[in-house]
Design a protein around this ligand. Structure first.
Ligand SMILES: Cc1cc2nc3c(=O)[nH]c(=O)nc-3n(C[C@H](O)[C@H](O)[C@H](O)COP(=O)(O)OP(=O)(O)OC[C@H]3O[C@@H](n4cnc5c(N)ncnc54)[C@H](O)[C@@H]3O)c2cc1C
Length: 404
């Protein structure tokens, strides 16, 4: 049994079918539900179209260098479900999975199923991750997460504090600033990337140079790799770079990480300069890796372009009175987390993370797909699922064969 009909669950289904393993994919909503229900209106993929590839199914349209809108992503994933003839049951919520005999008893909103193996493909981003002190913020400003946010028209006029400077935070800060609102962005540790490097999409370099292929068992600090924020990228037709400098040029005010809340005041870390310098340094190192890779591959031996260091306000504000009316809305772009509330098997650690080794969960016959750096650095991306799903299903098949 596969939980979830996003691209990960469908990829699992593809390889299960290829091995003639009887299975069903249970989906509480519709195919590609997260892209339909949990994303904002203007979002486009930050991965280019040519990179949208699933087992036996790839983008074949006229704009390989473009970035899909949400409708296009849904169509692409639905197309995959159709060509792979995935046995999906939609509108079926899995409410409990518990160990029973040689497998698992699965309770759903409709019935009960006994499955010898279960693949958890329920997503890594089921809920927004919001810091505990959000509950103590004064009643005004309003608070939103990316799950409630659809577009700037739904927000009250006035200032917005966007918390978090990963892909979601920078994209929402830019959109809100363009709507004419004053925007403050609280930036902690972040991953800075230019949209293009040496004339190609930066993700082309990630792909070609093999950075994305690095396996989970070769990564020095796996916990850290698994909790890295998403890169500051946006997919726009004009391939703009959306780093902190771009936001500053648009008039967004940068402050440090929101560290605490005291007497109705947001207190920001004084480390903005340091995290910005670290982001610059890591970007430089990554671009140098691309340069090194380019040389023996006969790709223009000259060194690529260099990017100006991140500009940081001097001094950056350290506090902001949330009762003053300056900020009318807080947008928490502080990350996402999975939801395993339905999983009655003791395989989730105190931080809410699934205990697994490359997708082989710490309970026989239980597997996972679609989590950060599950088996490779590319694991959570659409193009990253094929290799992971093949290998996880290989393991699942040998588990079944052993039991037989
Ligand atoms: C804002 C955002 C932007 C992203 N942009 C990109 C991008 O540009 N390129 C890229 O490659 N990746 C991107 N990703 C990462 C990744 O591709 C997506 O998160 C993708 O949706 C993950 O696919 P999935 O199949 O693992 O999970 P999901 O797509 O979340 O699918 C999980 C499915 O499981 C279902 N489900 C969950 N719990 C249950 C249950 N108990 N019972 C039944 N069904 C259940 C859900 O309804 C859902 O349909 C982005 C992620 C986010 C959050």
């Amino acid at each position: 049994m596969v939980v979830g009909a996003g691209h990960a669950g469908l990829a699992a289904s593809h390889f299960l079918s290829a091995r003639s393993i009887d299975h069903v994919v249970l989906e509480r909503g519709e195919v590609a539900n997260s892209w339909r229900r949990e994303r904002w209106d203007s979002l486009r993929l930050l991965t280019p179209n040519w990179q949208s590839r699933l087992p036996g199914h790839r983008y074949g349209g006229p704009d390989p260098d473009g970035y899909m809108t949400m409708d296009e992503v849904v169509e692409f994933i639905e197309g995959f479900a159709k060509v792979s003839e995935a046995p999906v049951r939609t509108g079926v919520n899995v409410t409990s999975v518990r160990r029973a005999g040689d497998g698992y008893d699965v309770t759903t909103s409709h019935d009960r199923i006994h499955a010898r193996t279960v693949v958890i493909a329920s997503g890594a981003c089921n809920r927004p991750a919001v810091p505990g002190f959000a509950g103590a913020v004064p009643p005004s400003p309003a608070q939103l997460t990316p799950f409630d946010y659809h577009g700037p028209d739904e927000l009250p006029d006035g200032g917005v504090l966007v918390v978090g400077a990963s892909a979601t935070g920078v994209q929402l800060a830019a959109e809100l600033r363009r709507s004419g609102r004053p925007v403050t962005l609280a930036a902690g540790e972040h991953v800075r990337l230019p949209r293009t490097y040496r004339g190609r999409d930066v993700l082309w370099w990630m792909d070609a140079s093999g950075v994305w292929e690095q396996r989970y068992d070769e990564v020095d600090d796996l916990d850290r790799a698994r909790s890295l924020p998403s890169p500051q990228l946006v997919g726009t037709p004009d391939r703009t770079t959306l780093d902190l400098n771009a936001l500053t040029s648009m008039g967004v005010e940068l402050v440090g990480r929101w560290a605490a809340l005291r007497d109705g005041e947001a207190l920001f870390s004084g480390g903005l300069r340091n995290v910005a310098a670290l982001g610059d340094l890591k970007m430089k190192r990554l671009l140098a890796t691309f340069d090194e890779w380019a040389r023996p591959h006969d790709l223009d031996a000259t060194v690529g372009e260099r990017f100006a260091p991140t500009r940081v306000p001097e001094p950056a504000r350290l506090r902001l009175d949330l009762r003053s009316g300056e900020i009318r809305t807080i947008v928490w772009a502080t990350g996402y987390r999975p939801d395993y509330g339905w999983l009655d098997v003791p395989v989730v650690d105190s931080k809410g993370r699934l205990r697994h080794d490359g997708g082989v969960v710490d309970s026989p016959g239980l597997y996972a797909l679609g989590l950060p750096v599950l088996r490779r650095r590319k694991s959570t991306f659409i193009h990253g699922i094929e290799d992971d799903a093949r290998e996880v299903v290989d393991h699942l098949a040998s588990h079944l064969a052993e039991r037989r």
